[in-house]
Design a protein around this ligand. Sequence first.
Ligand code: ADP
Length: 696
Amino acid sequence: MMSDSVNPSPPGRAHNLRRVLLWTALVGLLMVAQTALVRLTLDYESGQAQAHVDEAASEAAGDIKRSLNRDLQSLQALMWSEPLPPHWRTEATELLRGRRELVRVEWRDAQGQVHLAVDSPYRPPVFSMMPRKDIDADSALACGAALRLSGPVYSRSYFVPQSTGMGLEAMDVCAPVTEGGRHAGFVVATYSLQALLSETVPHAIMQRHELSFIDGDGTRLARAGSMVRGQGVFVAQRLIDLPGGMLQLRVNSTAGAPDLIPNLATALVMGLSLALAAVVVLLVRDVGKRGAVERALGEALAFRKAMEDSLVTGLRARDLRGRITYVNPAFCEMVGFTPQELLEHSPPPYWPPEMAEEYARRQAARLSGDAPPRDGFETTFMRKNGERFPVVVYEAPLVGSRGVQTGWMSAVLDVSAQRRAEELSRHQQEKLQATARLATIGEMASLLSHELNQPLAAISSYATGSINLLREGPPDPSTLDAIRGAIERVAEQAERAGRIIKSVHNFVRRREQARETVRADLLLDAVLPLVRLQARKTGTRIELDLPVAPEPMPRVVCDRTMVEQVLLNLTRNAIQAMEEMPAAQRVLTLRVRRSNERWVRFSVIDRGAGVPEEVAQQLFTPFFTTKTEGMGLGLSLCRTVIEQHGGALSFENREPLAGGGTEFCFTLPAEAPAAARGAPRRAPAADIPTPSQEIR
Ligand code: ADP
């Protein structure tokens, strides 16, 4: 699975825009909904208040109407024609006592003249300031109408000034009295409009409302009810139809327009709206934070992807069932398959078919919990074109964010180029060593010729002597003895020459590289004849310094031919380094010691002039030499050979007091102790160091 790139692409921007639009829509809709809700709640409250007022107005109007009707019925009892009975006044007074809204009852004759009038016992007479006849127009009109209609008729309301300086809005009802079909007079009752309101409307309504009678143009004629003035917000008007006219009742609630806050329902809705707004704000902030985190995550992902894409190491992740879940571009390039091919196929297409079975077994073992080696393992993969190539795989458990292993992550290195380079270098090393050996052989050949000279000269002179003796005639017994002695010498010398040739032959003989366990002294013995050859030429003395009994002679694991070559090179250098020295000082010491359990140390010590500082720095550089006929390959090859054995080659100039000169020493792996010998042992530094071999 190739992770998608995370940079803000056009679809990403469109996505952002969509999100902003959605959020704006959400906030807008919430605001509209909340405003509407508050508005509706207020409207509902207002509606309720208005309904109350309407109800109160209807009730009040009904009460007033009923009261007026009751009054009319009571007035019927006072309808007498002349002459009035003496108890009329008493009855009228009684009526006024029972009906506080009435302020006066009059008896008028057929012409409308007031005959008798009784005033309410509860208040001063109404017409004390201004005589009745001066404000009689309205009642006269009413009486005229009553006569025509033959029924009670109410007058228009009119203002009567009072002695208190105030006034009284009054209204009359005029009822005609007939007797035997003849008009006999009128009964006129005067109402105080204010009393009509306060006496007839129930207390409950009065408490919460201001009630008033108004005339056509809205002027208030009388008011009663709550001392708190009506707010004028919730008002209801009712017309009270009366014969001859009508009364207009206005009821004004003391309640004002519903306030936003003190109102419980509204407060609740407002509170909820505020809470909702707060939640939206918090959500917006949260979304903002999430956006920032998303961006940071995106950047981190982009960074990781860039890193993975630029890697030359192949990366591969597998789940716990062994299926590939991720590969990076380097891995795809390495095996030549596309990510889809790699993700879809099981077993992986890069398993060489001939090894698939074995790999599947290894994978099953891995999945069942066998941890892979920490230092990686080498195996063979197959490219798409069928080419097999070596890889080194480093594998680690893939642990998810919850700490549970979800699979394996592997880093895969293509080591085919490295292997080729190593192969090439090994070839060159071998060639170089062969060349060096040939050079040594050349040198040996000259030494050999020099060395063979002696026995050959001896053989030649013994042979010549014997021939001469034989020429002198038939040999006598003493001559025969001499000849026998000479021929024995010849045989001895010939054997000596043979030995010399054999020692060179032994060295030159090319063998396959092989590790074997050799006793250290035998290694020295093998090269000693050749060393002696060189030493004798310059008159160098050879000292052997080997561990003495009871200490056992150490045994080393090595490629014998190679190590012999090393010894030969070092001894030759040592002998050459002492050529300029006085003869007594030419001593070559060969020392063998056990360094520790694992290593044996060989030293080649000369008493020459030592290695100068400037030479020391390049000592192991190939082709560096200070000798006219030197090749400069000896030491560099020696070091390669020793390092291939896992050991180390070093040198050190010796103190003049200790005899001066140089000590070259190298280490070789000792034979494993007897106890461990049975156990398989890791090869002491293989020819070319490689990660542990494992095929999967
Ligand atoms: P070559 O012997 O062909 O010159 P080597 O690699 O064996 O090549 O040696 C390189 C140089 O190291 C020699 O030329 C010499 O100057 C110096 N050298 C080697 N061994 C000794 C030694 N024992 N004492 C002093 N100098 C030495």
